[in-house]
Structures are given as C-alpha cells and as structure tokens.
Ligand binder design. Structure first.
Ligand code: ASP
Ligand code: MG
Length: 409
C-alpha cells in the first residue's frame, strides 16, 4: 500500500463535472489499495474573482482579511470533492489548513510553511477515508488564516508529501508534463521524461508556469519526487527529481524565455567606489527586484551600467534612477521595454564545452543582436530585441538537438 499525495489545479476542478471526474479518478487509485491525500486549488478563476471583490471596495485591502477571503476558494473545492466522493460511496473528509495544522509565519499573502502536523490526516487515513486538504492556506501562531502566495497549492502538496513521507507527490494540471520549451511558440517542443530540481527551478523562474517555484525549492530540500501530469489522460508525465548521472549526458535540456523584463542603462557614470550602491539602494528599497546587471570597463573614469527589472516596475525604476543619476553627475538614463531574455538550461552544461559558443553562433546566424549576457553554472541567458523571441527560441531548440523526432509526437 502506497501513500499518495495528489494535487489538482484550478482548471482540473473548474466545474462540478470536473470535480466529479477527479473524485472518480481518486477513488479508482484508492481502490487499488492506496492511501490518498488530495490537495485542491480553488475552482478556475475563483481566486481572481475574490481578489477583484476586495479591490472593488478599496485599492488597499487589509492583508489579514484578504487572506480570510482568498482562502475560501479552496474551502469550496475540498467540500465539493468530499461531497462528490461520499455520494459515490467512498468515505472522504475535507480539512482546511488550520484543521490539519499547517503552521506558517505571519506574512499574509505570501506566508511560508514552517511546520505541518500529520496526526489528524493519518487518523483519517487509518479509518479508510480519502483526505482532501485545502491548498494555499495555513495558520500563523496567532491563529490567523494565512495564504502562501499565488500558485501556493503546489507548495501545500509538496510540503504534505514531505511531512507524511508519501511515496509520491503527483501534481495534476492541464498540460501533460514539462516541455523542453513553450509548445505554443515551438511546435517541436518535446515532453521531458524527467528534469532535475535545479533545471526546473531555472525553467520556473523564467516563466515556465507548470509548477510554482517554491514548491520545487521545497521538493529539492526534502527530496520529494514530483510527478507532473495531466488530469485529462492516464499518460505518464514528467518526473521532477534529484539530478542523475544520465541527465548530464545532454548539454542543454530546455530553452526558456521571459518577456516581462525591461532594460535600464545609465550612461557615463563616474567610476568610483560606492556608486553602484548609491544607484541600487533606492531601487532595492522600493522593493524592485533587479535581475541582470552589467557594468562596462571604464574609460576616462566613466562607465556605463545596464540592468533589467520587471516591466511592471519600469517607470518606477526610471524615475528613481534618473534622480540618482542627476545627483551623481551621470550623463543620461535610457530605458528599453521591448526586450526579452532567452535562456538555455541544463545540468549537462557543467561538463560540456562550447555551449555558449554554439548559442551565440546560432543567434548570429539569424542576425539577432545580443544586448546582454549572463551565465550561471547551468544556464546562459541573452537579452535580445523582443520581436525576435519566438525565432530565437525555435532556432536554439533545434540547434541543441531538442526538436521532437520525426514520427514521434
Ligand atoms: N488558488 C490559488 C491561486 O489561484 C492557489 C493555487 O491555485 O495554487 O493562486
Ligand atoms: Mg498552478
């Protein structure tokens, strides 16, 4: 008998019919002799709808009450699931975050789980019940409801799987696995059989939205294997697991892109100690997350500094940086919103040579200009003009041998 944690996302429980289908699927697996813990998201669109209601009242809803409100979406799903399962003759019990004892810190809206009690879940499992747990929510030590941040039900599932030492954590979604790149822009994208935690973290941070990033960090830390698969088929999906020797055989496992960043350049910055901190301090203090930073070697004591920020923070950043630039006597500040970051990712990069060269050559062949480059052990990113994103992704995918073989699908 295995203990299986399954998580179903919003589209998988988006209607009464879908909830019934999920219940049937869970019962089938239970009847093969498995203990089942089922984490659910809110029905598709519900969380957004609840947030809209609050913002209909004020621009600045109280964070505590917003969490009380948002957590109701998942409450609806687990109740309906348990009702469905029971109507099919199988005992089931819904539990909210506070009833389980999912303890978090105090940060409303993006709380972190620090401890999970397993007693109540285990007692229910031992009585032969299917246990369904509301995703995305916990309780802080004042007894207040907290939520874990958008997409947080993934983290609930992985954290429960770790706490219960489950045999597997299955994340059911509306895609059938993790792809080598976005299939919407690259028809030759291929479903991966497995991907290393670190690769998944890079893919997720670049906008491959299959798994919430914190759930992958959690899985890595506690070594929980995740199986990402489709709710609507029985096919095997993609395993997100610890790195294996095999994974190093290929240099590049995936191509990702991000169109949500903008570029800011400060020209002719006086090159002396303390300048970078003068420039970035107010940016950081405004809560703006800076991604790439490039500084040129200086000429005549002046240098250029370029960095990227989320597009949503572009105007705020330009304003802050223009003020600082004036203060420190830099020549001017230029911004560019029409950029994209294209990245190749793979743990195999550590042991393969010439990967960067091949990436640059591939882009050059298409006449795509590279504006910025950054590298890590398992990733190379290039900033290019936004209009070339799709082309860049496709040619890189092909150059690194990721295209799906003919005949395969
Ligand atoms: N319902 C929450 C959201 O929409 C959590 C989740 O679905 O994972 O972000
Ligand atoms: Mg999700």
């Amino acid at each position: 008998m295995a203990l299986i944690v399954q998580k179903y996302g919003g589209t998988s429980v988006g209607s009464i019919e879908k909830i019934r289908a999920v219940a049937e699927r869970v019962i089938r697996t239970a009847e093969q002799g498995n203990q089942m813990v089922v984490v659910l998201s809110a029905m598709a669109g519900q969380t957004d709808g609840l947030i809209r209601l609050a913002y209909g009242l004020t621009e600045d809803p109280d964070p505590r009450e917003l969490d009380v409100l948002m957590s109701t979406g998942e409450q609806v799903s687990v109740a309906l699931f348990a009702i469905a399962a029971k109507s099919m003759g199988r005992d089931a019990r819904s539990l909210l975050g506070f009833q389980v004892g999912i303890h978090t810190d105090h940060l409303f809206g993006k709380a972190r789980i620090h401890d999970i009690e397993t007693g109540r879940i285990i007692r229910n499992l031992e009585q032969g019940r299917i246990v369904t747990v509301a995703g995305f929510q916990g309780i802080n030590d004042h007894g207040d409801i907290t939520t874990l941040g958008r997409g947080g039900s993934d983290t609930t599932a992985v954290a429960l799987a770790a706490a219960l030492t489950a045999d597997v954590c299955e994340i059911y979604t509306d895609v059938d696995g993790v792809y080598t790149t976005d299939p919407h822009i690259c028809p030759k994208a291929r479903k991966m059989d497995s991907i290393a935690y670190d690769e998944m973290l890079e893919m997720a941070s670049l906008g491959a939205k299959v798994l919430e990033i914190r759930s992958v960090e959690f899985a890595k830390k506690f070594d929980v294997p995740i199986h990402v698969r489709s709710t609507f088929t029985n096919e095997r999906g993609t395993m997100v697991v610890a790195e294996t020797k095999d994974m190093e055989k290929v240099a590049v496992s995936g191509v990702a892109y991000n169109k949500n960043e903008a570029r800011v350049t400060i020209h002719k910055v006086p090159d002396r100690p303390g300048i970078a901190s003068l420039i970035f301090d107010p940016v950081f203090r405004a809560g703006i997350v800076v991604d790439m930073i490039v500084q040129n070697t200086s000429q005549d004591g002046l240098t250029d500094l370029t960095f990227t920020v989320p597009k949503t923070d572009f105007y705020k950043t330009m304003k802050i940086v223009s003020d600082v630039a004036a203060n420190i006597g830099a020549e001017r500040v230029l911004g560019d919103e029409d950029i994209a970051k294209v990245s190749i990712i793979g743990v195999g990069m550590r042991t393969h040579a010439g990967v960067a060269k091949k990436m640059f050559e591939t882009l050059a062949k298409e006449n795509i200009n590279i504006m910025m480059i950054s590298t890590s052990e398992i990733k190379i990113s290039c900033v290019i003009e936004e209009k070339y994103t799709e082309l860049a992704v496709r040619v890189l995918h092909s150059a690194f041998g990721l295209d799906v073989d003919k005949g395969e699908s």
